[in-house]
Design a protein around this ligand. Structure first.
Ligand code: NAI
Length: 264
């Protein structure tokens, strides 16, 4: 695409690792980096999906593309992944911690097990990624960039998403702390905060804790803003490439995510 062509100089030949790459925003991001000529490591717990993404990345222009099946919430598995990637492909230049799960339900309806599931993937997955790959970047001493997919939910309170929003608020703060720590090492850190994007997460969302009327109203609003197909994940991918190229700290994506940030 034209947008990715613009980034060829910056990302051509670079090693980019994207988690949650089997579908949605992660898949679109892996392909956008591939179009810019990056070497791509696609990571997901969905083995079939991530293999498809690696194939698409290769067909889209990545000189090399690999699929790795890993659960990002598993610390040991992430350490093993980092060792393997460093040994076989090299030190990652751009890390995109994007894997995440949705969860809706009022606070009183959310069990301890629900909290653990959401925090394990959405927060611990990002912590593990930042630590294992951030350490390699720091030790190599040639800079790099980390992108974490937070959400507009990180700064927009909602009674329907307490666990999800809390996990994303933590990712947003972690990204900003890490940005401060890594600034002197030439390693940039960006938090991407999309609003409502058309992916598996949103099409299968049950909107528990939100009345049927409210859900209908929200869906109508989204359709009015972006049309029937919703805000495309490809545009979030574009925002991710831009965030790395311009070293942006916090990036709200979609108009309502920008609006909510101004109000917060
Ligand atoms: P998606 O469901 O299409 O993609 C998420 C991917 O992450 C899937 O391929 C899934 O298999 C993978 N994944 C989940 N848990 C994993 C684990 N433990 N280990 C490895 N892989 C795992 O959803 P989408 O929308 O593309 O989500 C990507 C990120 O964007 C998530 O962090 C999500 O919270 C965030 N986000 C999405 C928004 C939306 O409206 N779709 C809005 C704001 C943020």
């Amino acid at each position: 695409s034209v947008a990715s062509g613009r980034y060829a100089e910056q990302f051509g030949g670079r090693l980019v690792l994207v988690t949650g790459a089997a579908s949605g925003i992660g898949r679109a991001t892996a392909i956008a980096f591939a179009e810019a000529g990056a070497r791509v490591v696609a990571v997901d717990r969905d083995a079939e999906g991530v293999t498809r993404t690696a194939e698409s990345a290769w067909l889209s222009g990545a000189p090399q593309a690999w699929a790795e099946t890993v659960d990002v919430s598993d610390e040991q598995a992430m350490e093993k992944l980092a060792e393997k990637v460093a040994a076989e492909y090299g030190v990652v230049d751009v890390l995109v911690n994007n894997a995440g799960i949705g969860f809706s339900g009022s606070f009183l309806d959310t069990t301890t097990e629900d909290w653990r599931k959401v925090l394990d993937v959405n927060l611990w997955g990002v912590i593990h990624g930042c630590r294992v790959f951030g350490r390699q970047m720091a030790e190599r001493g040639q800079g790099g960039h980390i992108v974490n997919t937070a959400s507009a939910a990180a700064y927009q309170p909602s009674r329907a998403l307490p666990a999800y929003s809390t996990s994303k608020a933590a990712v947003l703060m972690l990204s900003q702390c890490l940005r401060a720590e890594f600034a002197g090492r030439g390693i940039g850190v960006s938090a991407i905060c999309p609003g409502f994007v058309h992916t598996n997460i949103t099409s299968t969302a049950r909107f528990a804790g939100v009345s049927h009327e409210e859900e209908k109203r929200l869906r109508k609003k989204v359709t009015r803003l972006y049309g029937r197909r919703g805000y495309p994940p490809e545009k979030v991918a574009e925002a991710i490439l831009r965030a790395v190229a311009r070293d942006q700290a916090v990036v709200p994506v979609t108009p309502e995510a920008r609006g909510a940030l101004l109000m917060s």
